[in-house]
Write a protein that binds this ligand. Structure first.
Ligand code: ZN
Length: 439
C-alpha cells in the first residue's frame, strides 16, 4: 500500500448517497478508501499517511462539465487539450466532455483517438470526446457513429451548429438509441437566427442590433422532442437559454420522452441588458436573454427539468474578441468561473442547497452520458474537489490557466474558491495556501 492521503476537517458532500457531514476522507493508491471510521483500520493507523487540513471547506466528488470546447486539433491559438484541461482542474473539474467542432471536426476514429491520447498525456482531467453527427459537421451525411462510439465517443453532436435536417436527426437518434448514447443538440433554427447577434427584444431594438428570437431555439427543441418520441432516442439539449424551451422540455419529460438538458452560468447571472456596453465578451450563442427567461431557467434547474449544469467553455483569442460586437465570434470561457457563478446564482439566493448544486455538476451530467462515478464511495477512483464556499475571490482573466481570456466576469467577486482538485488521487490543482503535513 502506498502512503494513504487523508483530507481532514472538511464537510463531505456526497449527494449521490445523501451524505453531508464533517469527516475524514481517506485515499489509497488513487482510490477512495472510505470516510471516517468506514476506512480500513490499517489505512487509518498507517504512520506514513499524509494529511491535508481543509477546515471550513467542502469535499465533494470531482466536478463534471458535459460541454467544453478544447479547440484541438486545429485551433491551438485559442486553446489546447493541455491548457483547457489545466483550466478544468483549476476550476475544480475532473471530467469534461469536449465538443467536436475542431478543425477538422472530430468525425473519424483517428481524431477521437487523438483527443483521448492527448488528454491522457496531459493528465489534468478525464476527457470524453463527443463525435460529430455528420461528416465535417456539414449536416449532410452521418458519420460512422457506431465506430466512433466504439473508439470512445460518449455522445454525438454538431454543436456550434444544429442538426438542421430532420431526417438526418431521426436517423442519428435511431442509431444512437441502439448504442445507448445521446445526440446533443445545439438547438437553433438557422433561418430564424439569421445574422442576429443578440437576443431579440426591447434591448436589441433600443440598441439597433439584429436580434435572435427565443423561438430560434424553442422551435428546434419542439421538433427534437417529437423526433425523440418517434424514435425512442435520447436528445440532450445543449445550453438552454429560453423560457419557452424549458416549457417544451418539461412537457416532453412528462410524456416520457427521453429528453435531457443543460444550461450555462452566464444565462443565470446576466441578461441581454449586459450587451448595452457593446462588449464582445457578452456575445454568445444562444444569446443572453431576458430576465423572464433567466427566472424560468432557474425554476427549471430547481424542479429538475434542466438536468445538469455545464459551462460551454468557448475560448477565443484576444484579437478575435477585441473586434467590434458584430464581427466578434460567439462564446466565452467558463471553466475557471463556473463553480463560483453557480454558487452565486443558485445557492446564495437559496434556490438550491449546496448539495443539490453539486448533484447537478457531478452525478447528473455523468448520468446523461451514461458514465459511472460521481460519488465518494469506497472503491471509486479518487476524483475529488475541495473548495471553500464562503471564501470570496476576484476574477482576473490574466491569471487563467485557459488560453482564452474572453470573460464578461473580469473583476467580479465570486464565492467558492477551489482549494484542491484530485484526479485518481493525484493533485491536478492545489491553491498556494493549502499545506500538507505528515501526521
Ligand atoms: Zn452550441
Amino acid at each position: 500500500m502506498a502512503s494513504p492521503l487523508c483530507i481532514r476537517g472538511g464537510r463531505i458532500l456526497d449527494p449521490a448517497r445523501g451524505i453531508d457531514r464533517v469527516q475524514d476522507l481517506w485515499i489509497v493508491d488513487g482510490t477512495i478508501a472510505g470516510l471516517g471510521e468506514d476506512a480500513p483500520a490499517d489505512v487509518r493507523s498507517n504512520r506514513s499517511a499524509e494529511v491535508m487540513q481543509v477546515p471550513g471547506s467542502v469535499i465533494c466528488p470531482g466536478l463534471v462539465d458535459i460541454h467544453v470546447h478544447l479547440r484541438e486539433p486545429g485551433q491551438e491559438e485559442k486553446e489546447t487539450i493541455e491548457s483547457g484541461t489545466r483550466a478544468a482542474a483549476r476550476g475544480g473539474f475532473t471530467t469534461v466532455a469536449c465538443m467536436p467542432n475542431t478543425t477538422p471536426p472530430l468525425d473519424d476514429r483517428p481524431r477521437i483517438e487523438h483527443v483521448i491520447r492527448r488528454a491522457r498525456e496531459a493528465g489534468h482531467a478525464r476527457v470524453h470526446p463527443i463525435a460529430a453527427v455528420t461528416r465535417g459537421q456539414m449536416g449532410e451525411a452521418l458519420t460512422e457513429i457506431e465506430d466512433l462510439v466504439q473508439a470512445g465517443a460518449v455522445a454525438v453532436s454538431d454543436d456550434g451548429k444544429p442538426v438542421r435536417n430532420a431526417e438526418i436527426m431521426r436517423r442519428a437518434l435511431q442509431l444512437t438509441r441502439a448504442l445507448g448514447v445521446p445526440v446533443i443538440q445545439h438547438a437553433e433554427d438557422p433561418d430564424l437566427k439569421g445574422d442576429g447577434v443578440m437576443h431579440e427584444g426591447w434591448t436589441s431594438t433600443r440598441l439597433g442590433m439584429k436580434g435572435i428570437p427565443d423561438a430560434a431555439e424553442s422551435v428546434m427543441v419542439a421538433r427534437d422532442a417529437l423526433l425523440a418520441e418517434l424514435t425512442g432516442g435520447h436528445v440532450h439539449v445543449a445550453h438552454v437559454s429560453a423560457g419557452r424551451s424549458v416549457e417544451i422540455i418539461r412537457k416532453a419529460k412528462a410524456r416520457g420522452i427521453r429528453m435531457t438538458a443543460e444550461t450555462a452560468p452566464h444565462y443565470l447571472v446576466l441578461t441581454d441588458e449586459a450587451v448595452e456596453g457593446f462588449d464582445p465578451r457578452t456575445k454568445m450563442n444562444p444569446p443572453l436573454r431576458s430576465a423572464k427567461d433567466r427566472d424560468a431557467l432557474i425554476e427549471a434547474i430547481v424542479d429538475g427539468t434542466i438536468d445538469c449544469l455545464a459551462t460551454d467553455h468557448a475560448p477565443h483569442t484576444e484579437i478575435e474578441k477585441d473586434s467590434d460586437f458584430d464581427a466578434a465570434p460567439f462564446g466565452i470561457v467558463g471553466l475557471e468561473t463556473a463553480l463560483g457563478l453557480y454558487i452565486k446564482a443558485l445557492v446564495e439566493p437559496k434556490h438550491l442547497s449546496l448539495s443539490e448544486l453539486i448533484l447537478r455538476i457531478t452525478l447528473n451530467p455523468l448520468r446523461v452520458l451514461g458514465l459511472p462515478g460521481g460519488t465518494l464511495e469506497a472503491g471509486q477512483p479518487a476524483d475529488v474537489t475541495v473548495f471553500d464556499p464562503a471564501r470570496r475571490w476576484t476574477v482576473r482573466a490574466a491569471e487563467f490557466a485557459s488560453m482564452g481570456r474572453n470573460t464578461p466576469f473580469e473583476g467580479w467577486e465570486l464565492p467558492g474558491r477551489v482549494a484542491l482538485t484530485l484526479l485518481g488521487g493525484r493533485v491536478t490543482y492545489r491553491a498556494a495556501a493549502l499545506e500538507t503535513s505528515a501526521r
